[in-house]
Design a protein around this ligand. Structure first.
Ligand code: ATP
Ligand code: MG
Length: 371
């Protein structure tokens, strides 16, 4: 199979463009391995040859906006000979990508249209459902019947690395996806309370990472068992602050991992006002736990919008599976909706040493999966 891939987002990159293209090429090789027979960069447009069909896989590679499955011809006569004649009309888009062909795009277009009309009475019609695309590059004509929408965005790894706090819910997988879309390679961290929470919920997270790995290309999942610190908080911290304390612990552990992995930021699936722990005041108190930059790609999304998004990227059906969340354990009846940093720090400082020791233990006992 032959494919032609377009990357308009990369052409905005000026001098850095070559670097972005190199990363995209690496990602394509990683994704398709031995299936990829040939790959050539034709000025920001990529020509690929593969053993088998790879459209579905290509749609998951960030940095590619348009995918053409093409037939490749050496000259314009071949294009004319192979043009389908069992139709009444057609629509055609022509692009001369390299200027070394003597006819320009419009002249190529006219030559084809006139030839087909004269010899076969085929009519060019802008509204025709028989759409064709022809592009000239590298002394070849690439001819396509279909224009497939790619994932867009920037190649994974071209913007840096992120540590994403991944629960088993709907939100954080979508947030991770959006971070990848803008070129971040994502490392996943999940907090659980095994054996209080079931093995099912861990498997659910693994499944989510598998789905996201299609885009992320080589994922690592870090599992932290926070049961002991949850129990500790449950006995000592006023009920309404519990969720904030759980989150602050998650953020500290995630930041430590971020430093170890030399990653650039944290990512969460928080959305403003979605639940009590996500009021603007509580988000600030949670943010202030760490000095890391925290990306919240879903901040302006409604729940239903997130679920629709999850369906499109393939995480919805996994998130819908049963599985208990560590934060649904020891859940308080009352939740503070407007926490103040001073009051949180006052309580936290009383238990500073114990919290630090427990977090160190949890960090050292972390479990790692390569997916
Ligand atoms: P989600 O759908 O992602 O579970 P949520 O609507 O349940 O989000 P919260 O439970 O308030 O919202 O969690 C907010 C964010 O905190 C999550 O999107 C995720 O980034 C992080 N988070 C929550 N629980 C965990 C967990 N057990 N492990 C890792 N990250 C978590
Ligand atoms: Mg959740």
């Amino acid at each position: 199979m032959d494919y032609l891939l377009k990357t308009p987002e990369l052409t905005l990159k000026g001098k850095k463009r070559q670097l972005f293209e190199k990363i995209l090429i690496n990602n394509l090789k990683k994704k398709f391995k031995d299936n990829l027979n040939f790959l050539k960069n034709l000025g920001g447009v990529f020509w690929l040859k593969t053993e088998t069909k790879i459209e579905e896989g290509l749609k998951k590679i960030f940095g590619i906006s348009v995918i053409f499955k093409v037939e490749v011809f050496d000259n314009l006569d071949e294009v004319l000979i192979n043009f389908p004649k069992d139709i009444k009309n057609f629509n055609l888009q022509v692009k001369r990508g390299y200027k070394d062909y003597p006819l320009n795009s419009q002249q190529i277009f006219e030559k084809i249209v006139n030839y087909l009309k004269k010899n076969y009475n085929l009519q060019f019609n802008k509204k025709s459902k028989n759409r064709f695309y022809l592009e000239y590059r590298d002394k070849k004509f690439f001819w396509a019947k279909e224009k497939i929408k790619g994932a867009g965005g920037l190649p994974v790894s071209s913007s840096g690395k992120a540590v994403s706090l991944l629960s088993a819910g709907f939100d954080s997988p979508v947030a991770s996806f959006l971070a990848m879309k803008r070129g971040l390679k994502v490392y996943f961290v999940h907090f659980h309370s095994y054996p209080q929470t079931s093995k099912d919920s861990l498997e659910k997270v693994e499944k989510l990472v598998k789905v996201l790995n299609e885009y992320n290309l080589g994922s690592q999942l870090y599992l932290f068992n926070i049961l002991k610190i949850q129990k500790f908080y449950y006995q000592r911290i006023p009920q309404e602050f519990l969720v904030i304390f759980y989150r602050r612990t998650m953020f500290r552990l995630a930041e430590k991992l971020k430093e170890e992995l030399k990653a650039d930021c944290l990512v969460t699936g928080e959305s403003l006002g979605q639940v009590a722990s996500q009021t603007i005041q509580n988000l600030e108190v949670i943010s202030q736990t760490v000095s890391s930059f925290v990306l919240r790609p879903l901040i302006g999304f409604d729940k239903q919008e997130i679920i629709n998004f999850a369906r499109k990227i393939g995480t919805e059906e996994v998130s819908r599976l049963r599985g208990d969340d560590c934060c649904s354990l020891f859940i308080p009846k009352k939740v503070k909706t407007k926490a103040k940093i001073e009051e949180v720090l006052k309580i936290e400082n009383e238990w500073q040493r114990e919290i630090a020791n427990l977090e160190k233990e949890i960090y050292d006992e972390r479990f790692f999966l390569k997916i």
